[in-house]
Design a protein around this ligand. Structure first.
Ligand code: PEP
Length: 256
């Protein structure tokens, strides 16, 4: 396994936080703190209404801007939804798809995650595809089966060529926003199961080249150890990404 084939990606997920003026200030501060840290890619996934302010503030810096969801249809009567081409034209480069909060509270399924992923890739966006087990599944000892199945279903019909623009975020649902973190070994092991599933689907070279992040209460205190694991190629960070100084410390931990 050659970790050097993959560039670490540290992405923040702001969820439903920050007004546009707050976003402008937070992106500028994050950029100023992380601009010399070029050993990883830095992404902030912001609410739709913050995109314009965030893209403007990130111009000329190392910070890239992402969205937190995208609809699978190109246009039409889908009130409240946003298409991939709308995001692209606004300067968005990345989009989170299948976050557990979308799956839990908004009826997202592996089928719609797959459709959204295809639409985003076809439009030219990079996808951060989230998957992970719930607490009962981990306790029942079926984590490996669950993440392997989600990987297969969420990526059904996606070509090896398109996989260049897919990052997978392994996010155990029980660790998101709870303060509970998977141990570095648990994170490594389950990211490894996802990588082995990718190897079965696409071959070992592609599996070795795919970025797999860990997400779930990653913070400035635990990031270095999680990121040191061979199968963990970065982080998707919720709470700690809202505070630029804390987020910058995680980016710093990814420079090693
Ligand atoms: C997330 O929203 O993807 C996440 C991992 O949140 P937190 O870091 O707050 O657990």
């Amino acid at each position: 396994m050659d970790k050097s084939k993959r560039k670490v990606v540290i992405a923040g997920n702001w969820k439903m936080n920050m007004t546009p003026s707050e976003a402008k200030a937070a992106v500028a501060e994050t950029a100023a703190l992380t601009d010399s840290m070029t050993g990883c890619d830095v992404v902030l996934c912001v609410p739709f209404v913050d995109i314009a302010a965030a893209v403007e503030a990130a111009k000329g810096t190392n910070v890239k801007i992402g969205a937190q969801n995208v609809h699978f249809e190109a246009k039409g009567a889908f009130t409240g939804e946003i298409s991939a081409s709308m995001l692209l034209e606004c300067g968005v480069e990345y989009v989170i798809i299948g976050h557990s909060e979308r799956r839990q509270y908004f009826g997202e399924t592996d089928e719609t995650v797959n459709l959204r992923t295809k639409a985003a890739l076809a439009a030219g966006l990079k996808v951060i595809l989230c998957l992970g087990e719930i607490k009962e599944e981990r306790l029942a000892g079926i984590t490996d089966e669950v993440v392997a199945m989600q990987t297969k279903l969420d990526l059904a019909g996606i070509s090896a060529d398109d996989m260049k623009n897919v990052i997978i975020a392994y996010e155990p649902v029980w660790a998101i926003g709870t303060g509970l973190t998977a141990t570095p070994d648990q994170a490594d092991e389950t990211c490894g199961v996802i990588r082995a599933t990718l190897a079965k689907l696409y071959g070992a070279d592609l599996a070795d080249a795919t970025v797999i992040q860990y997400g779930g209460s990653m913070n400035d205190g635990n990031a270095a150890e999680l990121l040191s694991k061979v199968n963990v190629d970065g982080g998707l960070i919720g709470g700690a990404s809202l505070v630029p100084a804390k987020f910058a410390k995680i980016v710093e931990a990814a420079q090693a």
